[in-house]
Every structure is written in structure tokens, then in C-alpha cells.
Design a protein around this ligand. Structure first.
Ligand code: AFP
Length: 337
């Protein structure tokens, strides 16, 4: 009989053991937080499946700190996530898309306390059309009780863990503790995540690109030339690439991780002195950057490595081009030309 797949908790225990053997003093706490997020994700998946029946779709009224109109499920997802992280007693603060300032958690603290940066329900404009949405998170070290400003969190290379949950036909959780990128599928009967995609390796090159091409008018010239290049037929190099874009970062990054290619959300360069990005660095771009790099891919803004960026604002935005290493390297080259 085939061996039953490893559960998320078993996997986390193994990862934690090998980290603790090295210098990972906070590894047990990080594993606790990631495991807890897995449990909340199973609850979010349930709620999403019933949302239309419970009148939970639609807007809550108002917009969040980054200017997006807030959906009822954004608010609910934020509240349940903060409550769950509070219970871990190792998470000292939560930076959430739905709160202007970090939420301090009095119960936690100590030398190895953590900060979780999260977008609990990302891609929520897909909710009303029953499209995929996701949860994105990063775990960082907390220097003291609360972060002394966003810059104190350091660059993305200092993230201790990153992950996402994709609520699609199946619920998938992908995480890294800096030892490879691993994917799990929720068994809805047991409520447990089971290892289905161990040690994901992104293909060196892909066949698809994902981008909101409606914004072409505002792109950097290098970005425009690069997408034109991807669309120009050339059999030996596998062009044209096909366009795939869902409007939910998690779904687009998940496809890119498994099949290769590119996910891009470049900045708006209408005013070249002040390029404006859309996606949020701490709870969208940096966690995805870590996951992709851990799978052998690359994540860049076109001009620099995403994981080198240091936030100056908790809700800072950053451009991102991530995916297969050779495809991202090619994008960077177009930006340099
Ligand atoms: P919402 O959460 O407001 O739907 O935004 C989703 C998102 O942050 C990210 O998940 C998508 O990749 C991106 O925005 C889509 O943005 P566009 O609608 O501008 O293409």
C-alpha cells in the first residue's frame, strides 16, 4: 500500500528540527505560526465555499489603507487571522493590509517573538465572480515588542518564512522556511493539509507570462519592449509566450511556480521621476520573492532584486517581475538596454 502523504504539521516539525540544529533559535516559533496559519486557512476555505449562501459577498463599505475597496470577506479574513495569531503567543505584531498600523499583541514578546505581515484575503475582487483568491504571509523577526518602524524589519532576505494559500478548485498551501518551497493540498474531510508538491523546482524557462496588459501605456520602455519580445514569434526560443492572468496574485504565482514563465506587475512610469507600483512589498511582493527564489526562480523589480528592498512604509508598494530564472534575467536585460 502506498505511504500516506506527510501532513503540514509533520513537515513543519522536520523543517524546524533541521533549522534548530543550525542557528535557527526562532525556528520553533516560526513553525508554530505557519502551522496556525494553515489551520486558519482551512477555516477561510470553508467560509469562502459558503460565502454566497451566507450573504458574505460584496463590499463592506469604505476602503483600506492602500485605497482598495474593502469586501466583507477582507474584514472577516483580517479579524480571524489576527485572532489566530494572537493565540500563538509568539507573534508580537501583525502588519495586515486591512490595518493602517501594525496590530500589537500584548500577550506575546520575548527574544524570539515574531512579526507576521499578511494580506489575509488577496485578490478579493475575484470573490463575487467565484474566482480564485489567496492568503499571503511572511514571518519576520521582531526586534522588541513591536517593530520600530518598517525599516527595522530589514530587507526581504531577512524573512524567516513566507507562504500563500490558494483557494481554488482545491485549497493549496505553499510555504518556505528558507529550505526549499513545499506545497500541500487541503483534505476537506480531515481539515488537514497533505504534502502533494515537495520541493517545488520552477522550470528554467516557461511558455507563459502574466501581466495586466491594459496598463501598457504607463510601462517603462524596457517593460514594453520585453513584452513585445515575448509576443514575437520565434520557434527556436519558444515564442510567442501565451498570456495567462487571473487578477489574483496567488493564482498567477502558483501557476508560474509549477509551470514556469513570468508573473509581472510593473510600476507605472507615466511620471518617470516618480514611478508608482501597485502591489505591496511586505505582504505580497517580498513573500512571493522568497518562495520563488527558494524554488530556484528569481524575483526582480526590473532594476533590482526584490529581496534586497527595505520598506520605508508598512504598506509600501513595489514593482515585481518573478518566475523562471532565465525569463526574469531576460526581463532585467530589457530594463538595462
Ligand atoms: P484585490 O485584492 O484588490 O483584488 O487586488 C489583487 C491584487 O493585489 C493582486 O492579487 C493582483 O495580482 C493584482 O492586485 C491585480 O491588479 P489589477 O486588477 O490592477 O490587474
Amino acid at each position: 500500500m502506498a505511504e500516506s502523504p506527510m501532513t503540514l504539521s509533520e513537515h513543519l516539525a522536520r523543517q524546524q528540527a533541521s533549522l534548530s540544529a543550525g542557528s535557527g533559535a526562532s525556528a520553533p516559533n516560526v513553525a508554530t505560526v505557519v502551522g496556525r496559519i494553515g489551520r486558519v486557512a482551512a477555516v477561510i476555505a470553508q467560509e469562502l465555499a459558503h460565502a454566497a449562501l451566507r450573504d458574505q459577498l460584496g463590499y463592506a463599505g469604505g476602503s483600506n489603507v492602500t485605497g482598495d475597496q474593502v469586501k466583507k470577506l477582507d474584514v472577516w479574513g483580517h479579524e480571524i487571522m489576527v485572532a489566530a495569531l494572537r493565540e500563538t503567543r509568539v507573534c508580537a505584531a501583525v502588519v495586515s493590509e486591512e490595518a493602517p498600523e501594525p496590530i500589537e499583541i500584548e500577550e506575546a514578546g520575548g527574544a524570539n517573538a515574531l512579526v507576521v505581515c499578511t494580506d489575509p484575503v488577496d485578490g478579493s475582487s475575484n470573490l463575487d465572480v467565484n474566482g480564485s483568491v489567496g492568503t499571503i504571509f511572511a514571518v519576520r523577526a521582531s526586534e522588541g515588542k513591536t517593530p520600530a518602524g518598517p525599516a527595522a524589519l530589514g530587507p526581504g532576505t531577512r524573512q524567516l518564512a513566507a507562504g500563500y494559500v490558494m483557494y481554488g478548485p482545491a485549497t493549496t498551501m505553499v510555504y518556505t522556511l528558507g529550505q526549499g518551497t513545499h506545497g500541500f493540498t487541503l483534505n476537506p474531510e480531515s481539515g488537514e493539509f497533505l504534502l502533494t508538491h515537495p520541493d517545488i523546482r520552477i522550470p528554467r524557462r516557461g511558455k507563459t507570462y502574466g501581466i495586466n496588459e491594459g496598463n501598457v501605456h504607463s510601462w517603462h520602455p524596457g517593460q514594453r519592449a520585453f513584452v513585445e519580445h515575448l509576443k514575437t514569434p520565434d520557434k527556436p526560443t519558444g515564442r510567442p509566450y501565451s498570456l495567462r492572468y487571473s487578477g489574483a496574485m496567488v493564482a498567477d504565482v502558483h501557476r508560474t511556480l509549477l509551470d514556469g514563465g513570468l508573473f509581472m506587475y510593473p510600476a507605472d512610469w507615466s511620471d518617470p521621476k516618480k514611478p508608482k507600483a501597485k502591489l505591496r512589498l511586505l505582504y505580497e511582493v517580498a513573500p512571493m520573492g522568497m518562495l520563488v527564489e527558494q524554488a530556484g526562480g528569481r524575483a526582480s523589480t526590473g532594476l533590482e532584486r526584490v529581496l534586497d528592498l527595505v520598506a520605508t512604509d508598512y504598506h509600501q508598494r513595489a514593482a515585481v517581475i518573478l518566475g523562471s530564472p532565465e525569463d526574469v534575467a531576460m526581463a532585467d536585460e530589457f530594463y538595462r538596454r
